[in-house]
Design a protein around this ligand. Structure first.
Ligand code: AMP
Length: 249
């Protein structure tokens, strides 16, 4: 079984995002970028599936600017076998990404497509669901455990009420949550090995995808600054503040 992993290059999770002065979006010039943390978990899971003998090949795919190849190299250093880069400057909306991934899945014929549950830049949480719908494949979102048995995957999902276990037939789409695994650090020998692994380039147009945005961003603004907290002496005072000052109970 081949595993296809979709990864996105985003602003490093440790960097504080700044809004552009003209309010048109978030500043990305000269800002440290990295692989979306949920995508790193997806890559780690694919590599573990290969190490466990459940997967035969792991392929990572990412759409983005030229530097996206560095992010693909990071995935190859974690242990993925090869990469596919779909060049595109500027933002791509989840629907365009899902269409791109559908076309790549049709070429690659994976048994499993892994994605992050969401990208931490736009927090959309849409691409995996859209991809499953476009492919007509079963989906399991927010996975915290994946067990593959033959042509079926049993997935433990993190839902509001706790954990839910579902079985899906493969090929399927799974989006991964934070507690699925802890991604390894790439070792120096693996970073060196990754330099020799192949990265193919495929144009969006060759995949039949129109990148034109369908959404219009009106304005991006910083959230209002938080006011300071207060200390209360007693539980009764706390209840009083919650009721009368905060108005939340
Ligand atoms: P989103 O729906 O934007 O929150 O993204 C969810 C997931 O879709 C990410 O964690 C990635 O696995 C995948 N994804 C989003 N954008 C891209 C991209 N440009 N290239 C490849 N995969 C992507």
């Amino acid at each position: 079984m081949k595993v296809l992993v979709a990864i996105k290059r985003v602003i490093d999770a440790n960097v504080k995002a700044r809004v552009r002065q003209d309010g048109s979006g978030v500043e990305t010039t000269n800002v440290k970028m990295a692989m979306n943390p949920f995508c790193e978990i997806a890559v780690e899971e694919a590599v573990r599936l290969k190490e466990a003998g459940k997967a035969t090949e792991t392929v990572v795919v990412s759409a983005g600017a030229q530097q996206t190849q560095e992010t693909i190299r990071t995935a190859l250093a974690i242990g993925a076998d090869r990469g596919i880069h779909v060049p595109h400057d500027g933002a791509l909306e989840p629907l365009a990404v899902a269409k791109m991934l559908k076309a790549v899945a049709e070429r690659e014929q994976p048994g499993l497509v892994l994605l992050g549950k969401q990208a931490i830049d736009d927090d959309c949480n849409q691409t995996g669901q859209m991809l499953a719908a476009l492919l007509g494949w079963p989906q399991a979102t927010f996975a915290s455990k994946i067990e593959i048995d033959g042509d079926s995957a049993t997935v433990t999902r993190e839902v509001d009420g706790g954990l839910e276990k579902i079985a899906v037939k493969m090929p399927c789409v799974i989006t991964v949550d934070l507690r699925l695994n802890e991604p390894r650090y790439a070792s120096l020998p693996n970073i060196m090995k990754a330099k020799k692994k192949p990265i193919d380039q495929i144009a969006l147009a060759d995949l039949g995808v129109d990148p034109a945005p369908r959404l219009k961003v009106l304005k991006v603004a910083e959230p209002p600054a938080r006011g300071g907290g207060i200390k209360v002496e007693t539980a009764a005072e706390l209840v009083d503040k919650l009721k009368n000052a905060a108005g939340v109970i």
